[in-house]
Design a binder for this molecule. Structure first.
Ligand code: PHE
Length: 342
């Protein structure tokens, strides 16, 4: 035992003074002292020859030794990393490790484009809360309680207060703007909306919409058409056509849905447009006079139009993203493909 302790003491000094100049000095150290065939493992083998009453003391001394060796190994590794201290010449002319600067999310890119197109037509951006009350999300929009139109949108209710919902559409912001502002009103409202849907490639429990609202004297359906036509041409190019189909929304009359010629197949027919050549991108219509009256805007004097579109759909048509889930999975292999866009 005495002799062993003496040997360990010498080893400690040896380890403390260990130095080398080669690049792999840390690895050499590890093999010599900490490896499976190393000095420390070998000494551990002596344990069986130690009398029982001294085993504990020997164990402690060995632990100290091992800890010392591991610390030394760490410091050798670190010194090796900076090269110089381990005696290795560091090549300062080597290129640095590239830093991934990241990029904008595709939905943000599309949102910025939409906002900039409508800004050029004089639309300002308005925002509203994502947790909304029943009045702004439904009732003010001509969807009183028990109105069947409420079923069009599967709603998330807030448990603590059934009067609160996660807004199902950005039309709630229309209501908020009309409440505060008097015509002329010309706003768009981009934002996140929520619906109680099972998540799949084609449906998600949250997505993004942009709402548009224009109220002034003499606003007509022709203005709506021209505004949307301008938007589509700016967004998708001059070759893209639009068409309107009659539809129903409780807060607009008349109401329509707008399709654009498929940007993937150019209208010839493909799987995205289900071989029709057309893809629906938004709902729209003339603001219902009842809505205007709800907010004290004289419906004999003023008229207006409104529209609402899904940003994910616009993004899908622009970038051919075929699965809605990709937008919220944060997979950098997906997101990296948009780096460099604005
Ligand atoms: N809010 C409607 C929806 O979510 C879209 C819409 C907005 C329709 C404005 C007409 C006018 O489906």
């Amino acid at each position: 035992m005495e002799q062993l302790l003496q040997q360990i003491e010498e080893l400690k000094q040896e380890i403390g003074a260990f130095a080398g100049t080669e690049a792999d000095v840390a690895e050499q150290f590890r093999i010599k002292y900490l490896g499976t065939k190393g000095v420390i493992k070998g000494l551990m083998g002596e344990m069986k020859n130690i009398p029982n009453d001294q085993k504990k003391q020997f164990g402690q001394v060995m632990n100290d030794l091992k800890q010392l060796a591991e610390e030394k190994w760490e410091s050798l590794k670190q010194a090796g990393g900076s090269g110089e201290q381990a005696g290795v010449d560091f090549d300062w002319t080597l290129p640095g490790t590239p830093v991934n600067a990241g990029g904008r999310h595709p939905i943000s890119i599309v949102r910025n484009q939409i906002v900039s197109i409508f800004k050029r037509l004089g639309f300002a951006v308005a925002e509203g809360p994502e947790i909304e009350d029943d009045w702004h999300n439904f009732t003010a929009l001509n969807m009183p309680e028990n109105h069947t139109a409420r079923d069009m949108q599967d709603t998330f209710y807030i448990l603590q207060n059934p009067d609160w919902v996660l807004r199902t559409h950005t039309s709630s912001v229309q209501a908020r703007v009309m409440e505060k502002q008097k015509p002329p009103i010309r706003i768009i409202c981009p934002g996140r909306v929520y619906r109680n849907e099972t998540i799949s490639a084609r449906a998600h429990c949250f997505f993004h919409q942009v709402e548009g609202l224009y109220i002034d004297e003499h606003v007509s359906f022709a203005d709506l058409k021209q505004t949307l036509y301008f938007f589509v041409q700016e967004m998708f190019g001059k070759d893209v056509k639009i068409r309107f189909r009659p539809s129903y929304f409780p807060f607009t009359e008349p109401s329509a849905e707008m399709d654009i010629s498929c940007t993937v197949c150019g209208g010839k027919g493909c799987s995205l447009c289900k071989h029709t050549g057309w893809v629906e991108i938004l709902g729209c219509g003339m603001v219902h006079p009842k809505m205007l009256d709800n907010f004290g805007i004289d419906s004999n004097k003023y008229t207006g139009f409104a529209f609402g579109m899904g940003m994910e759909r616009i993004c899908q048509l622009k970038y051919r993203v075929n699965d809605l889930r990709l937008y919220s999975q944060n997979d950098v292999r997906f997101l990296d493909q948009f780096t460099g866009s604005v």
